[in-house]
Design a protein around this ligand. Structure first.
Ligand code: HDD
Length: 699
């Protein structure tokens, strides 16, 4: 256990922060250096001398800077924060950090994509990792989750096959960070247990707008254990306070070029601004005696417990409020492990979890170069570490004394093991009995009911996006047999889905449904309902040119900032533009550097000369047209409507001259700033206006 004053992770890190702020440049062994720009040569034009220890040390260190990237989840972004429970959970778990609502536990969270390498784009179609390290006073607890509640395979032994299939193909190492290729679809179409998670992958859940607007899930059924030793099954859910929101696929592909760091930058800038990401931790609790009360197996990680069957119980809140100081030291070297558990939280026999408990320790040994990775600053627990582990590469501890074994008498028997009552972890006692067999339980066999449940629960636009995603992905698959087999699999989920996909990829649609659709839904699975409506932290572009109405710009900025949004003024050039009132308007960004896909909404303030200039600029028109295609809120004040009129936006009515305000599917125009801005804010808070989604492929 840690003492009270030890429980501040930042205080622990402070002496380790090497600011290099003043003083002379030195070698790694501390000798001051008089020149770091010229190596030691024999004469001005002569060879470099071996004697130049500074040159050799500098180059050698550089040559060794890289470590292996993570085999999966290589691309990520992290932040520090803290977690606080709402109330004591002592009834279910003895985990110390879940006992006292007055106590905060420091955390480090790393978000990631899965398939891409370290330098790949953020907005690819992929699962997102959501890994949280709680620095509790009883040791580090890692909740290593994803933004999907289910996983592709049921048994960890299939993980290498799955990863090899989704990663770039081995002969030419293409494509990067994409599942749209033959080997992925070959594998998943042959392995029907993947169907459910693939359905999530084809949904917009795979395209989060922001790490701040993304759910997280522990995926497995874990076990809480209370002080009396009673177990309760538990599923963990992170729910973002800003709601769960996604991008659209066309937008994602463009962002990958316009700003490949889109999600990473969003996280960094939000924390920098003081818009701290917040998530509620909720649990689904199932008494041990109800283990077999479901029509699926609780140990099967390809299944959810529908929230309508076991409701979520909110238990606490996490706030991320500090960016790391150094990406490599902290975000790259953080080492998560599913077996980093604390008393009161335990495993189940989920065969995926059991395998993970081997893999995460193993991978850190190669990635971080040996068994002392727990001593790296970001990984170092706040709880006191005492044991007989010794030596190894990168040993930072100095262990005085004679004894490094147990039992000992020469060291006074120290350190001694503790009991459950003294805060030791004790594996939950369950009776295990069985033959040694390589076989899965028949209770893991149903691969179709839950994908069907997911499909049935989607709003029409969500279904349309799923169909479009299957068509896109399979459209990149060369092997006709793989395309056909995928359609066959989908026909075991839903006939309408299978037909819609088939016609898009040139496969003969199945004539008959292979199964009857049971018609079950779980409304909680849809992103269309139950989202908190707010414009907070949304980025809004204001398009301006010389002669813009300064009054409009001020009104728009004030209204948006008042709601917590982040407006930015964009013009053809940086600096400032003249306002129609004879003043100036400061420009935040040059239009050419900030594509429309990098904003949540766009506004065109009034000003006849400004509108005319913007209309002549293809970039500004393209900007609005793109925002329209991606379902974003658009506003134009006064004469600004002229820019929109030229675009001929389908199905949209624009305000006539002098008309106060018209809201037509989130395109808000008119001369009355108050009314226009109020409707604009409502449309932004909806996230997207899906009714005018031009990507729709099925009704
Ligand atoms: Fe994993 C990393 C999440 C199954 C083996 N995994 C990794 C990370 C996350 C997950 C979020 C990144 C951690 C970080 O930011 O450093 N993994 C999951 C989830 C799974 C899952 C939610 C299923 C429920 N993983 C899984 C299996 C295996 C692995 C079945 C192996 C048998 N995962 C790894 C790994 C990684 C990893 C190879 C790569 C880097 C690392 O561990 O530290 O060990």
């Amino acid at each position: 256990m840690a003492d009270e004053e030890q429980l501040d992770k930042q205080r622990q890190l402070d002496p380790l922060r090497d600011r290099n702020e003043d003083g002379a440049l030195t070698t790694d062994f501390g000798t001051r250096v008089d020149d770091t720009d010229n190596a030691l040569h024999a004469g001005e034009r002569g060879p470099t001398l071996l004697e130049d220890f500074h040159f050799r040390e500098k180059i050698t260190h550089f040559d060794h800077e890289r470590i292996p990237e993570r085999v999966v989840h290589a691309r990520g972004a992290g932040a520090y924060g803290h977690f606080r429970p709402y109330a004591s959970l002592a009834e279910y778990t003895r985990a110390d950090f879940l006992q006292d609502p007055a106590r905060e536990t420091p955390v480090f969270v790393r978000f990631s994509t899965v398939a891409g390498s370290r330098g790949s784009a953020d907005t690819v179609r992929d699962v997102r990792g959501f890994a949280t390290k709680f620095y509790t006073r009883e040791g580090n607890y890692d909740l290593v989750g994803n933004n999907f509640p289910v996983f592709f395979v049921q048994d960890a032994i299939k993980f290498p096959d799955f990863v090899h299939a989704v990663k770039p193909e081995p002969h030419h190492e293409m494509p990067q960070a994409a599942s749209a290729h033959d080997t992925f679809w070959d594998f998943v179409s042959l392995q029907p247990e993947t169907l459910h998670t693939v359905m999530w992958l084809m949904s917009d859940r795979a395209l989060p707008r922001s790490y701040r607007m993304m759910q997280g899930f522990g995926v497995h059924t874990f076990r809480f254990v209370n002080a009396a030793g009673r177990g309760t099954f538990v599923k963990f859910h992170w729910r973002p306070l800003l709601g769960t929101h996604s991008l659209v696929w066309d937008e994602c592909q463009q962002i990958a070029g316009a700003d490949p760091d889109f999600n990473r930058r969003d996280l960094w800038e939000s924390i920098d601004r003081g818009d701290f990401p917040e998530y509620e931790l909720a649990v689904q609790l199932v008494p041990e005696e109800d283990e077999f009360a479901f029509d699926f197996d609780l140990l099967d990680p390809t299944k959810i417990i529908p929230e309508e069957v076991v409701p979520l119980r909110p238990i606490g809140r996490m706030t991320l409020d500090r960016n790391p100081d150094n990406f490599f030291a902290e975000t790259e070297q953080v080492a998560f492990h599913t077996a980093h558990v604390v008393p009161g939280i335990d495993f189940t026999n989920d065969p995926l979890l059991q395998g993970r408990n081997f893999s995460y320790l193993d991978t850190q040994l190669i990635r971080l170069g040996g068994p002392n990775f727990q001593q790296l600053p970001v990984n170092r627990p706040l709880a006191t570490v005492r044991n007989h582990h010794r030596d190894g590469y990168g040993q930072h501890r100095v262990h005085p004394g004679q004894t490094a074994y147990s039992p000992n008498s020469l060291g006074g028997g120290c350190p001694a093991v503790a009991g459950w009552d003294a805060g030791a972890f004790r594996h939950h006692q369950v009776r295990v009995d069985g033959d040694k067999i390589r076989r899965r339980s028949p209770s893991f066999d149903d691969h179709h009911s839950q994908p069907q449940l997911f499909w049935n629960s989607m709003a029409p636009w969500e279904k349309a996006h799923i169909v479009a995603a299957y068509r896109f992905e399979l459209g990149k698959v060369d092997a006709p047999a793989v395309r056909a087999r995928t359609v066959e699999q989908l026909n075991l989920v839903d006939h309408e889905l299978a037909v819609a996909v088939a016609v898009g990829i040139g496969v003969t649609p199945p004539a008959e449904p292979a199964v009857e659709n049971a018609g079950r839904t779980s409304p909680a699975l849809s992103m269309a309902t139950g989202q908190p409506g707010s414009i907070a932290t949304r980025k809004i572009a204001l398009l301006v040119a010389g002669g813009v109405s300064g009054a409009d710009v001020t009104a728009v900025r004030e209204a948006l900032i008042g709601g917590g949004a982040v407006p930015e003024v964009l013009a053809a050039h940086d600096g400032e533009v003249a306002s129609e009132e004879g003043g100036t308007v400061r420009v935040d960004r040059a239009l050419a550097t900030m594509s429309s896909v990098l904003y949540d909404a766009v506004c065109v303030p009034g000003g006849a000369a400004s509108t005319l200039e913007l209309s002549r600029d293809g970039l500004a028109s393209h900007y609005v047209a793109q925002a329209f295609k991606h379902g974003k809120a658009i506003a134009a004040l006064g004469s600004g409507v002229g820019l929109l009129r030229e675009l001929g936006l389908p199905g949209i009515r624009l305000a006539d001259e002098g008309e106060p305000a018209v809201d037509s599917l989130g395109v808000v125009t008119g001369v009355d700033p108050d009314t226009v801005l109020a409707s604009f804010a409502d449309a932004i808070a909806l996230h997207r206006v899906w009714e005018r989604d031009t990507d729709r492929t099925v009704a």
